[in-house]
Design a protein around this ligand. Structure first.
Ligand SMILES: C[S@@+](CC[C@H](N)C(=O)[O-])C[C@H]1O[C@@H](n2cnc3c(N)ncnc32)[C@H](O)[C@@H]1O
Length: 312
């Protein structure tokens, strides 16, 4: 019997995301952002004995939890990799009935100072979802030139003081390398000031560095394309974003495959267009009850698209 037992630590937009996937008991679903498995367990509750759940995460700690789940449930398969590579996984070759991406960082990543994501908790300046590969925030900030740092803060954080922060950072690292999140947060606060007390002055810069270090937007573009390639007709693509840069990518991806481009003066006659996705809901937001109890839900946007059968 299906149990709608919600996990004690509720993932954002849990019920809406599961409804959007419209889980068929014998279907094959992929959760590209396992985290601590809140959404994944909801999918498993809805799957029958012949269903399959494929899970991915970049984070080794998330993957350890996913492996424990797989050891207890033969319907689950696990891969430690970015969802950008989901189509390279043999298990997806037979097609997918649904793909869920719940983007960004997990609560455990933010809560554990040692992961280096948090300006509120002093820890090593790392910020990698997968600390076993790629370059840490500290290593990048130690070698990048001033212009590159400023560009990252501007493009990924929309930080107006990007140039001043980058200049201060480069001057400061000439004296001693930046190794701790607390040092970076202090340095940024000294440039930005403490105007709006509701938002920490380093919020935008930390977001920017995290997005850059983890190649989040590139992975999202590649992951959407891979999901689209693997979805069966009728399969659902369900994505939860947490900031406008992500949501813009998802929105445009769906629109480009759902709507014929409008004609314009230079090209008044619409070119032949055959849609491969149907946009099912536009931008869905968390309800008032959820945003009242979970501040992270306030910035969440859920989008749902359905794969269409190929035109004959
Ligand atoms: C918001 S949490 C997901 C929470 C999850 N839905 C749950 O119910 O517990 C985001 C997770 O996605 C992972 N992640 C982010 N980008 C990823 C990517 N490109 N590939 C794989 N995992 C990614 C992070 O490591 C993190 O564990």
């Amino acid at each position: 019997m299906r149990q709608d037992a919600q996990p004690s630590h509720l993932p954002v937009m849990w019920a809406q995301a599961l409804d959007a996937l419209r889980v068929a008991t014998d279907g094959t679903y992929l959760d590209g952002t396992f985290g601590r498995g809140g959404h994944a367990r909801g999918v498993l509750d809805r799957l029958g004995p012949d269903g399959r759940l494929l899970v991915m995460d970049k984070d080794p700690e998330a993957i350890a939890e996913a492996r424990a789940l797989a050891a207890a449930d033969a319907r689950v398969a696990v891969r430690h990799a970015s969802f950008a590579t989901l189509a390279d996984w043999d298990a997806t070759a037979g097609g997918l009935d649904g793909v869920l991406l719940d983007l960004g960082v997990s609560s455990p990543q933010l809560d554990v100072a040692e992961r280096g994501f948090s300006f509120g908790k002093d820890g090593p300046l790392d910020m990698r979802m997968d600390p076993t590969s790629g370059e840490s925030a500290a290593d990048w900030l130690a070698r990048a030139d001033e212009r590159e740092i400023a560009d990252v803060l501007w493009h990924y954080g929309e930080e107006k003081l990007s140039r001043k922060i980058a200049r201060t950072l480069v001057a400061r690292r000439g004296e001693a390398p930046l190794r701790r999140t607390g040092e970076l947060a202090e340095l940024i606060a000294s440039v930005v000031g403490r105007g709006d007390q509701r938002i920490h002055p380093a919020t935008r810069s930390f977001q920017a560095i995290r997005i850059f270090v983890n190649r989040e937007l590139e992975d999202l573009e590649a992951g959407l394309a891979a999901a689209h390639a693997r979805l069966k007709p009728g399969g659902r693509l369900v994505v939860i974003s947490f900031h406008s840069l992500e949501d813009r990518i998802v929105k445009r991806f769906i629109a480009a495959r759902a709507k014929a481009p409008a004609g314009n003066r230079r090209m008044p006659v619409a070119v032949a267009f055959s849609p491969s996705l149907r946009d099912l809901a536009g931008a869905v937001r968390a309800d008032a009850a959820e945003t009242a109890t979970n501040p992270r839900a306030r910035s969440a946007v859920l989008r749902i698209a359905e794969k269409l059968a190929e035109a004959a």
